[in-house]
Design a protein around this ligand. Structure first.
Ligand SMILES: C[S@@+](CC[C@H](N)C(=O)[O-])C[C@H]1O[C@@H](n2cnc3c(N)ncnc32)[C@H](O)[C@@H]1O
Length: 249
């Protein structure tokens, strides 16, 4: 089954495609010290909520990059519906290949929930920091271990324990690079449950409305596999936070 189709079906009902609730997410947008026409880059922008919200609040301009054609289509429709005049561009491409034009530096560069694009948390902070002007902001969303993960959970996710740090380690990685973490928001169990179980619900709805879709069997098998891994391991072991770093120089 096409990966982007799977993500599209399972995240059709999500305003935000990560385990953060809307109030906390909007609170983060509210506290960011941005102003009119500041340039913002959002790598793996999903359905565009971050950029569109910042354009609503501050009239920023910016670029959203996502590899999924479904996401980019949705981003453009959302922009048209909520901030039609905003100077926002959405590009369908691999985030790793995106290079700012003429060495442009952004006021804020983000990658929320897709650090694999740059080979992990460290690589993401390093690359975003290079694209951010001194005094600007780097925003990342990243999981962390709340407690020791089970071997079964790691195996089900094809992960090594070292692929994820603690909350403190996630902050230290950026601070060791010369940035300062100035704000974080963290998901609680309810936020996680909403994010995960909305995928079960969206998949169920797709099965009911599209009984002849040849991908249904695979869709159900993947969703049930993820559900089992979440309930049996991920829910207790993994936290999730969004970190705002200031680039000092
Ligand atoms: C967990 S979602 C996060 C979306 C968004 N940042 C948010 O928080 O709502 C991950 C996103 O990464 C995108 N993605 C996956 N691999 C990518 C890549 N190599 N380059 C750009 N986007 C990618 C997916 O299409 C998806 O929209």
């Amino acid at each position: 089954m096409d990966l982007w189709k799977f993500f599209h079906i399972t995240h059709k009902k999500h305003l935000i495609c990560n385990p953060m609730n809307r109030d906390k997410y909007y609170r983060l947008c509210d506290v960011l010290p941005l102003k009119k026409k500041d340039r913002v880059l959002d790598i793996a922008c999903g359905n565009g909520e971050f950029l569109v919200r910042l354009a609503e609040l501050y009239d920023v301009s910016g670029v959203g990059v996502d590899k999924s054609p479904f996401c980019i289509q949705y981003c453009m429709e959302k922009k048209q519906g909520r901030v039609p005049e905003a100077d926002l561009v959405f590009l369908e491409m691999d985030g790793a290949d995106y290079k700012p034009g003429d060495g442009e530096k952004f006021r804020l560069a983000s990658c929320i929930g897709a650090s694999w694009v740059y080979g992990g948390h460290r690589g993401t902070l390093k690359t975003l920091s290079e694209m951010t002007e001194p005094g600007g902001w780097v925003v990342v969303g990243e999981p962390f271990w709340m407690r020791e993960p089970s071997d079964e959970y790691l195996e089900s996710q094809k992960m090594k324990k070292e692929d994820c740090g603690s909350h403190l380690e996630n902050i230290r990685v950026g601070e060791d690079m010369g940035m300062r973490c100035i704000y974080t928001i963290m998901s609680d169990e309810d936020d996680w449950d909403h994010y995960e179980s909305l995928q079960w619900l969206a998949a169920e709805q797709h099965l009911a409305e599209n009984p002849d879709d040849p991908d249904n069997e695979e869709l159900l098998s993947k969703v049930l596999g993820n559900k089992k891994a979440y309930l049996e391991g991920g829910r207790d072991a993994q936290g999730w936070a969004i970190y705002v770093f200031k680039k000092l120089s």
